[in-house]
Design a protein around this ligand. Structure first.
Ligand code: NAD
Ligand code: TYD
Length: 334
């Protein structure tokens, strides 16, 4: 039996991870430390709130007192908490530096003091952009070249985590994953924004020419990969996690959604591009496949449809979040 401290467990991936973990490891204990920012939502964990192996603590990862006590009581820290949205990092970068860099530092200091296993959840966006129409993919050896305040702050946190291993021998692992989709994703992000716009009779908003490529992964596959790293990963190592989509661009994702929802291309609206917009992400996940026997299990088109069905069935979940995020997009003209 293990005691996990999960940070950011009320967000999209963190809450999916907690659901996943209790299903796979029902005897483990989880403490979820989350500040409940605009992105944190306890409704994601309603079914788990009464589980006697689960504790929720509302608190900021930048607060050393709260963090120290919780880290001391845990066996493993699984660190999801972050400001995670690129568009918000363009409108207001400071919170990204604070939470993603300083917050990670505060957690690392506590983990160092109590010598705890630290797993850091990061993104493929730290590597920057790949050219369109190339075969190239990110690997564990790709040099960091982040372009947005979000990816730069995540890159800073990755470097700190690795430095704590090299310098202080802290038992760490890092995963850098591609774009996730699935239930409980905030309607500010691309796929849920499109689905909820279409449910509301609005158009999908495509930035620039729409020929931007992301490597989509269903969120449960990400949780399974983190599980594999926690159980079998080598201390000090980084593992890249990616999906099964072969260069599907944003326009193509919109078209799959429109077809499934029986709507036409008149529902596509091209809007102002994002500054510094990364053209293409693609992940070579052969290392985690070969060493830890992980591969994605959820195919893109099928699970995109299931995700549409989830948003259709859970309007009361996303409805309260939608107005605020659309207000933000109005501010950026998108
Ligand atoms: P999210 O924005 O949905 O959730 C973030 C959570 O962290 C929220 O519950 C929020 O309340 C909490 N949080 C924010 N600041 C905090 C603070 N200072 N103290 C405590 N809690 C705080 O994010 P997500 O999409 O679930 O991403 C989780 C992690 O996975 C992030 O580290 C992100 O960089 C990484 N990641 C995300 C994706 C993706 O596609 N969403 C892909 C790869 C990696
Ligand atoms: P996003 O979900 O913000 O993830 P990230 O920028 O971290 O990859 O966006 C995914 C892609 O979709 C990205 O190329 C930006 C684009 N996008 C749109 O075209 N329209 C939208 O309304 C949003 C939110 C994103």
């Amino acid at each position: 039996m293990s005691k996990l401290l999960v940070t950011g467990g009320a967000g999209f991936i963190g809450s999916n991870f907690i659901h996943y973990w209790f299903k796979e490891h029902p005897d483990d204990q989880i403490t979820n430390l989350d500040a409940l920012t605009y992105a944190g939502n306890l409704d994601n964990l309603k079914e788990i709130a009464a589980n006697s192996n689960y504790t929720f603590v509302k608190g900021d990862i930048c607060n050393p007192e709260i963090v120290d006590e919780l880290v001391e009581a845990a066996d493993i820290i699984v660190h999801f908490a972050a400001e995670s949205h690129v568009d918000r990092s363009i409108l207001g970068p400071e919170a990204f530096v604070e939470t993603n860099v300083k917050g990670t530092f505060v957690l690392l200091e506590a983990a160092r003091k109590h010598n705890k296993r630290f797993h850091h959840v990061s993104t493929d966006e730290v590597f920057g952009a790949l050219p369109l129409d190339s075969e190239e993919k990110f690997t564990e050896k790709t040099l960091y070249e982040p372009h947005s305040p979000y990816s730069a702050s995540k890159a800073g946190s990755d470097h700190l985590v690795r430095a704590y291993h090299t310098t202080f021998d802290l038992p760490i692992t890092i995963t850098n994953c591609s774009n996730n989709f699935g239930p409980y994703q905030h309607p500010e992000k691309f796929i849920p924004r499109m689905i909820t716009n279409l449910i509301d009779g609005d158009k999908v908003k495509i930035y620039g020419d729409g020929k931007y490529v992301r490597d989509w992964l269903y969120v449960t596959d990400h949780c399974r990969a983190i599980d594999a790293v926690l159980q079998k990963g080598k201390i000090g190592e980084t593992y890249l996690i990616g999906g099964m989509t072969d260069d599907v661009n944003n326009l193509a994702v919109a078209q799959i959604l429109l077809e499934y929802m029986n709507l036409g291309e008149d529902k596509i609206e091209y809007v102002k591009d994002r500054p510094g917009h990364d053209r293409r992400y693609a992940v070579d996940w052969r290392k985690i496949n070969k060493n830890l026997d992980w591969e994605p299990q959820h195919t893109f088109a099928q699970w995109l449809q299931k995700t549409v069905d989830w948003y259709r069935a859970n309007e009361s979940w996303w409805r309260p979040l939608k107005a605020e995020s659309e207000k933000m997009y109005k501010q950026s003209g998108q």
